[in-house]
Design a protein around this ligand. Structure first.
Ligand SMILES: [Zn+2]
Length: 341
């Protein structure tokens, strides 16, 4: 006789292992970004808001929620944070992206902010290019604020057998009933698009030093791209491309002509009691990191570098508008997520 409880335990254990594997690959998941879920009858276990997938094995980061109740809310277009649907009592809130996990009928849903996917999902003609590279079965969802608005849009686009969904200016969702095959499909999709184009961009020669108060100059090889003289790359630095970019790095990384301009800007910010940005750029010199920069912002900067390396500069890029940035920065659920980080 099969012991039902032990097979559920086994499924949860394997699910947490895959969640950990995704979370420890920084080209797939950065900081508290990305989320995974498993459906077990009328329940769903989903990553909690603000927690890091890389902690899947060492901490309790999953919340059990009432799947049926959430699905009912989705079919009635109810915008909700699903706090009322929590079954577990670990004081965690379900991910801000819970609704699309519940919408997809497959047992497993894995969502990542893959650097290769994002780099390919920020062009004006991304949908066409992605379908050429990945095949016609993938579904491309135009950008909309994550959370219930995104789920409502997905509802009108996906089919019941859709397994690969690419979210414009955001990331990748892969769903399936076999954990291993779903994971493999995710890795395969990421790998197919994983190509570096900008690792030998032209650089400015600098022979002097600049200093910015309360900032450290990041002048190692890894940050060299910010010393570029390539006009197209320079244009991207101060723009924003995907939700976590805005949330952790601010609406674009500010670019200044001189350290005087940067110092002036920061003292103005202090006067207004606004926190200075975690990173800033001085043209020709490169990137500077604030002394008060948090780990999540550092991971997001690494992610931004990986995306910059993979963006094809000949393609027209779609940046966030100021309204889209504001909508992300004022969103209550996001404010909660940032507070517990
Ligand atoms: Zn996401």
């Amino acid at each position: 006789m099969v012991n039902i409880n032990s097979s559920v335990e086994e499924e949860l254990k394997n699910f947490k292992e895959i969640s950990y594997k995704l979370g420890s690959n920084k080209n797939l998941v950065q900081a508290a970004g990305g989320n995974t879920s498993i459906k077990l009858d009328d329940s769903m276990f989903i990553k909690a808001s603000g927690t890091w997938l890389e902690d899947s094995l060492k901490k309790d980061i999953f919340v059990e929620v009432n799947l049926k109740s959430i699905q009912k809310k989705i079919s009635n277009d109810v915008d909700d944070n699903f706090v009322e649907d929590i079954i577990s009592n670990n004081d965690l809130r379900p991910s801000t992206e819970t609704s699309f996990h519940a919408l997809l009928k497959f047992k497993y849903v894995l969502h990542v902010h893959s650097t290769s996917i994002i780099a390919n999902a920020v062009y004006v003609n991304s949908e066409k290019l992605l379908k050429q590279k990945l095949g016609k079965d993938i579904v491309f969802v135009p950008y909309i604020r994550p959370g219930v608005p995104l789920t409502n849009l997905m509802k009108s686009i996906i089919k019941s057998d859709t397994q690969i969904i690419i979210l414009e200016n955001h990331g990748l969702i892969v769903a399936g009933d076999s954990l291993e095959r779903t994971y493999d499909l995710l890795i395969e999709t990421h790998d197919k698009l994983d190509q570096v184009y900008n690792d030998s961009c032209p650089l400015y020669d600098i022979d002097d030093e600049v200093e910015v108060t309360d900032y450290i100059f990041k002048n190692t090889e890894k940050y060299r791209i910010f010393q570029t003289s390539d006009k197209k790359l320079l244009e991207i630095f101060s723009k924003s491309l995907y939700p976590d970019h805005v949330i952790f790095l601010g609406p674009g990384v500010p670019v200044f002509k001189s350290s005087d301009d940067a110092n002036k800007f920061n003292s103005e910010m202090k006067k207004k009691e606004i926190k200075p940005p975690p990173f800033l750029i001085i043209e020709k010199y490169g990137l500077f990191e604030s002394n008060s920069c948090i780990d999540a912002a550092r991971e997001m900067m690494d992610c931004f570098i990986e995306i910059l390396l993979r963006v094809q500069l000949d393609n027209e890029i779609k940046y966030f508008t100021q309204n889209q940035e504001n909508e992300l920065l004022n969103w209550d659920a996001e404010i909660y997520r940032q507070t517990i980080n």
